[in-house]
Design a protein around this ligand. Structure first.
Ligand SMILES: *[C@@H]1O[C@H](CO)[C@@H](O)[C@H](O)[C@H]1NC(C)=O
Ligand SMILES: *[C@@H]1O[C@H](CO)[C@@H](O)[C@H](O)[C@H]1NC(C)=O
Length: 240
């Protein structure tokens, strides 16, 4: 959208022919740079192989949950529209902007690159893996990858007979399916969910009261390593 707007403003007064020429010239330079950068980044890139972190420690995946809509509550199963936000830094996706015409960012289809194997324990009898091959990732020249897959979550919320004004608490828990904290750790982008995009009028029966988030490092009896779990907790008020 911004690209269209910019080119309309910029080329608005030119004749159609000049217009076409300008677009061809200006586009080809950045296209060439982006093409070159994509080829460089993807040269011998293996998306099945986890990247090294920048400092040789675990890859820190910084996560957040952007709550968009409270869809419905059916038999204690809450359905939400969310965007899971994930940012991490990969040693094999860095470049020098000067070598590619100053490009500092590139957007590529997310199925081209390695992504953390995060799962959502929804408590509703089903594990949901965070994947959305249709979305782009944004990569910057320091190797930071930002990925914002939209996810419809289902969460079990326990409650009894509901009266108008009752509050209940629900959780969304995210964790890596295979990595212990020696290779992948979770960090929070904020100590609560992002509710700035919440459509508060969408569901007349459930109002968000508060949210908070924390990361726990769990040790299981099987293994010495610890595993990171990010929990997003939120309170809802029932409006009859
Ligand atoms: C990940 O976070 C830990 C501290 O929590 C830090 O020591 C480590 O350097 C970080 N790793 C990277 C690659 O930033
Ligand atoms: C890349 O993104 C990270 C995380 O958002 C940011 O801290 C860093 O400054 C960015 N680097 C560049 C060169 O834009």
């Amino acid at each position: 959208m911004p690209v269209l707007v910019a080119s309309e403003l910029f080329f608005g007064n030119l004749s159609r022919r000049q217009n076409e020429l300008q677009i061809v010239c200006s586009k080809s330079e950045t296209y060439k740079n982006r093409h070159h950068l994509r080829d460089d980044l993807m040269y011998k890139y293996e998306k099945d192989v986890m990247p090294d972190s920048i400092d040789g420690n675990a890859v820190n995946v910084s996560i957040g949950v952007d709550l968009l809509r409270i869809i419905d509550m059916d038999n204690q199963i809450l359905t939400l529209d969310t965007v899971i936000t994930e940012i991490w830094q990969a040693d094999n996706l860095k470049w020098r902007p000067g070598h590619v015409g100053g490009l500092e960012e590139i957007r590529l289809p997310s199925d081209l690159i390695w992504k953390p194997d995060l799962a959502l324990a929804d408590g509703a009898g089903k594990t949901v893996f965070i994947k959305s091959e249709d979305t782009n990732v944004i990569i910057n020249s320091s190797g930071f990858v930002s990925w914002y897959p939209p996810v419809k979550t289902k969460t079990f919320c326990s409650y009894g007979e509901l009266q108008n004004g009752d509050e209940i608490e629900c959780h969304l828990t995210l964790y890596s399916w295979t990595h212990s904290t020696s290779t992948l750790d979770l960090k929070l982008q904020a100590d609560e969910m992002d509710t700035s995009n919440l459509d508060v009028d969408f569901n007349p029966h459930w109002k968000l009261v508060s949210t908070h988030a924390d990361v726990k490092h769990k040790v299981y009896s099987c293994c010495p390593e610890s595993y990171a779990q990010a929990s997003f907790t939120f309170r809802l008020r029932y409006v009859a």
